[in-house]
Design a protein around this ligand. Structure first.
Ligand SMILES: [Zn+2]
Ligand SMILES: [Zn+2]
Length: 556
């Protein structure tokens, strides 16, 4: 079967035999089968004949290319031979860098035939470089790809839950691996259910409780944990590495040993944990949300019982930033309204682009009036949701806004955005932000760093000064959940709330079907910034939102 390590090893030995005999092309191979060298392994000759008949050595390369990515990179780094890799995998079942790292730390490699402590150290030293080579996947794409496996896995027989792990579960902007953990009573049935999906295009590896598939050119690993100890797998694989190490230190101080395999009592017996919460509880801690597992201060804060209750989807009462076909959105306002109603929102703001925006289509003076009429009709049609008529107005190079005040006054809410750098350096950008924030009609600054994932860095500004200006002027700053923005990011969001600023978590959605997904991306980003419901404008009632808008409009 492709992706099998023993198989890859056979192919590699076949290739070595061929190279040893100086066979350079398929044409030279025929005589090999007529007169095989004495002592040749018949299994290898069989492989060679298959290879010959299938038309090329390229099969060997592809057998290696089909291994789970971390194993392939370890082999290609030259640290181990394919025989070593086969031995390590055969004895320990490792399929990822996380497994290999745990095996190295627990000194399991040195005991294997053909390996020793030096080899173990070399593998340990190679691991960080392997991880550095991993292409990063933007969070929004990773969530979408993982969803295609998560949903059917959750429906598979005997699977109680399924969660992504690693940087995906922690909500990092860019994700290294897509791995999923699910407890399974009948792992074979769960794997069969996944393999019957049309999306699982290529199987890289299958063993009793593991499956690696390549889907949409991205590798997804699935681990079907023993249900009784699934919490240990989930905790270890979620990381971060720094958080897990800090937990290990905390465990050691309280008489436990925490390893990749779970929690061990002082006499060496495993205490199985079906959930993460059981492990945290044994260590005298509340469950810690994955988004803040950075290994800096969360364990100490949790130990004092002072963890914040982070904002969650259920706290969000409306979405204040989205686009329709009046600018560069794909869907009509009615479809966006329906989408927001389906999400249970009490209110929404329709905020299309102003004339000078670089978007493909923009509002014009004339269309603002027509859009207002359409929104009035929709308000009558959908009395169960409050529709605010807003706009996302560009902050022009001279700091003025892209609509005159008498136009802006007609909107229920005005978001301002610095989409266009106009060749300006940090000071000029800051001046433009300052004049927009001072404007009484501007309630909210959208995606403040204006980065574009994965390629464009955000503005290099003094963000603490920006947040101080937001507080002073009563302007809200956004956590934008569009996959290319995720802006403010978690670290900046944390500084914004520490400065006392109010944030708004919005979808900036351009298609109705993405309203929920992009709000979730915004929420996960906010949670990385330790944001609580009280920091967020759109966890409040529409009356409270209107009074924030009115307060700023009336204060000047
Ligand atoms: Zn924008
Ligand atoms: Zn927008």
């Amino acid at each position: 079967m492709r992706g099998d390590i023993a198989e890859a090893e056979l192919w590699t030995r076949a290739l070595e035999l061929v190279r040893g005999l100086n066979i350079a092309s398929d044409a030279d191979t025929g005589p090999l089968f007529d007169h095989p060298p004495p002592g040749s392994d018949p299994e290898i000759l069989k492989r060679l004949r298959q290879m010959y008949e299938a038309g090329g050595w390229v099969l060997v390369e592809s057998a290696i290319a089909d291994l789970p990515a971390d194993l392939r990179w370890l082999f290609e780094s030259g640290t181990v031979t394919i025989e070593h890799l086969a031995t390590i995998h055969g004895a320990l079942g490792v399929t990822s860098a996380a497994d290999i790292g745990a095996a190295v730390r627990e000194q399991k490699l040195r005991a294997l035939p053909g390996l020793d402590a030096d080899m173990e150290a070399a593998v340990g030293a190679a691991l960080p470089a392997l991880r550095a080579r991993i292409p990063r996947i933007p969070l929004g794409r990773a969530v979408g790809v993982a969803e295609r496996i998560l949903e059917p896995l959750r429906a598979a027989p005997g699977v109680a839950w399924a969660l992504p792990v690693g940087s995906l579960r922690r909500g990092q902007d860019e994700v290294g691996d897509i791995e999923i953990v699910a407890p399974a009573d009948q792992p074979a049935a769960a794997i069969d259910a996944l393999l019957s999906l049309p999306t699982s295009s290529r199987v890289l590896h299958r063993s009793e409780r593991r499956l690696y598939v390549l889907t949409d050119r991205v590798q997804i690993g699935v681990r079907l944990a023993e249900p009784a100890n699934a919490g240990a797998d989930l905790l270890y694989l979620t990381g971060s590495r720094a958080h897990f190490e800090a937990l290990q230190a905390h465990a050691a101080a309280t008489g436990w040993t925490l390893k990749a395999g779970g929690l061990y009592a002082s006499d060496g017996t495993l205490t199985p944990a079906a959930t993460e919460a059981e492990i945290y509880a044994a260590l005298g801690l509340p469950w810690i949300p994955p988004e803040i597992r950075n290994g800096d201060e969360e364990i100490a804060i949790a130990g004092r019982g002072a963890l914040p209750v982070l904002v969650a989807r259920g706290d969000i009462r409306g979405d204040l930033h989205m686009h329709s076909t009046w600018s560069d959105g794909r869907d009509a306002i009615a479809a966006m309204v329906d989408g927001c109603r389906a999400l249970g929102y009490e209110y929404m703001a329709m905020t299309d682009h102003s004339p000078h925006s670089a978007a493909a289509r923009n509002l014009t003076l004339d269309s603002v009036t027509k859009q207002a009429e359409e929104i009035d009709r929709l308000r009558e049609q959908y009395p169960d949701i409050t529709i605010l008529h807003g706009c996302e107005v560009d902050i022009l190079p001279d700091g003025r806004l892209d609509f005159a005040d008498r136009v802006l006054e007609q909107f229920d809410i005005v978001l301002a955005s610095l989409h266009e750098r106009a060749g300006h350096g940090p000071e000029q950008l800051m001046t433009r932000y300052a004049s927009a924030m001072r404007h009484p009609l501007v309630t909210l600054i959208t995606h403040p760093t204006n980065r574009l994932l994965p390629s464009r860095r955000g503005y290099d500004l003094d963000y603490d000064r920006l947040f101080a200006m937001a507080v002073e002027s009563g302007t809200v700053v956004e956590i934008d959940g569009a996959p290319s923005h995720l802006d403010l990011d978690g670290a900046l969001a944390r500084r914004a709330i520490a400065a006392g600023a109010t944030v708004s978590i919005n979808s900036d959605c351009h298609r109705a079907e993405m309203l929920g997904r992009q709000m979730d991306l915004g929420i996960v980003t906010a949670r990385r910034g330790w944001v609580e419901p009280r920091h967020v404008l759109n966890t409040r009632s529409v009356a409270a939102v209107r009074s924030v808008i009115a307060a700023k409009r009336g204060s000047h």
